[in-house]
Design a protein around this ligand. Structure first.
Ligand SMILES: [Zn+2]
Length: 376
């Protein structure tokens, strides 16, 4: 297998059907990456995550650097061996969580000084430190370290954050390349910033292209701006990035967000929604999400989703899972999460097939007609 090779097999409108080949395996795109925050996709064993159709997982740099620490994971043979997942892993840069979860943060050109949300211990995160942590974890796709500001900030604040992010992207590139052994088998993605401003997004895309990355993320979205504003940016942002490289929309999203983003040319996604929802009683179905805690499911003998081929839907009823979740049984969270992961992976498989067969618009319209976000 090559270090990193992206092949586009088919296109339909702006949408692309591709494959990323890496040493640890192939990633079919458009791809959805389940989130394994603390070296686990919560409530599901790695082999069951794989059985749902996932080719790649996401690990969180911020959480792992604090506990159990990247140094310990490295001493134990790296993240793949530690958690029992031998396929590709993408790690985020830690920037988003440092700036949203930690306390007493102090930003400077050097990086971000912060206090751990776990024990208050002081840490410094910088492009160089982020690259080092992701290398210690043994990540396959490493994300550049960038600065985030709210989409509601003034244009001046957004411009300065984007420009700093581009200087940090250059330092991330140098830091990544200095780990020669790791750089010989892993990939580095740059992150486009610029909030909701087309000009800033173009400047960011140009700066990233000059540095050169294996793939590009559209960053700074899915932070509360709403689907309409997000799609507004996605109408132009993917087209500003190198079309021969994969495009990754970080932190997205709801099933209807994913369908709309694929139509706009996005190739990769990650989101906690299927796993987090699974633990709070929300199950995804082709007709929209349902709250399994609802009393109307107490004696419903049908599966979570009649159109689902997952092992959960093949065995257990809504009534049983309603009982488990209401009783606070651990198996309830396990079954709900496994089903939700299958739902997401099956949606991605359907999208890939629709692109291959040049019927994405019809598929997307049919999906939107059936998928009721207010059902419950
Ligand atoms: Zn199912």
């Amino acid at each position: 297998m090559p270090r990193f090779q992206f092949t586009i097999h088919a296109t339909d409108g702006k949408a692309r059907r591709g494959t990323i080949a890496m040493q640890r395996g192939e990633i079919r795109t458009p791809a959805f990456m389940p989130v394994g925050t603390a070296a686990t996709v919560k409530a599901v064993k790695p082999q069951d995550v794989r059985a749902s159709g996932a080719d790649i997982l996401l690990g969180n740099t911020y959480h792992l650097m604090l506990r159990p620490t990247a140094e310990r994971v490295a001493r134990l043979g790296g993240l793949h061996k530690f958690m029992g997942w031998d396929r590709p892993i993408l790690t985020d840069s830690g920037g988003y969580q440092v700036m949203s979860l930690s306390e007493l943060t102090k930003r400077s050109e050097e990086g971000v000084a912060f206090a751990s949300h776990l024990d208050g211990s002081r840490h410094m995160m910088s492009p160089e430190r982020s690259m080092e942590i992701q290398r210690l974890l043994g990540s396959d796709i490493v994300m550049a370290f960038d600065e985030l500001v709210p989409t509601t900030s003034t244009r001046d604040v957004q411009a300065k954050a984007m420009e700093r992010s581009m200087r940090w992207a250059k330092r991330s590139r140098a830091g990544f390349d200095s780990g020669e052994e790791h750089a010989a088998r892993a990939a580095l993605f740059g992150i486009q910033q610029g909030a909701l401003d087309e000009g800033l997004r173009q400047a960011s895309a140009d700066a990233l292209k000059d540095i050169g990355f294996d793939g590009y993320a559209v960053g700074g979205l899915a932070v509360g701006e709403g689907q309409e504003a997000m799609f507004g940016v996605l109408d132009y942002a993917p087209g500003q990035l190198d079309e021969t490289k994969p495009r990754y929309l970080m932190g997205v999203g709801k099933p209807d967000d994913i369908v709309g983003a694929v139509e706009r040319g996005i190739d990769m996604f990650d989101c906690v929604l299927p796993t987090r929802s699974g633990r709070t009683g929300q199950a995804f179905t082709r007709e929209g999400p349902i709250n399994i805690r609802n009393a109307k499911f107490a004696e419903d003998q049908g599966p979570l989703d009649p159109a689902c081929a997952c092992p959960v839907c093949g065995t257990w009823s809504r009534a049983y899972i309603h009982h488990l979740v209401r009783a606070g049984e651990i198996l309830g969270a396990m079954l709900m999460t496994e089903h939700n992961l299958w739902f997401y992976q099956s949606l991605m498989a359907d999208l890939r097939a629709a692109i291959e067969e040049q019927r994405l618009t019809a598929f997307a319209n049919d999906f939107r007609a059936k998928y009721q976000t207010t059902k419950g």
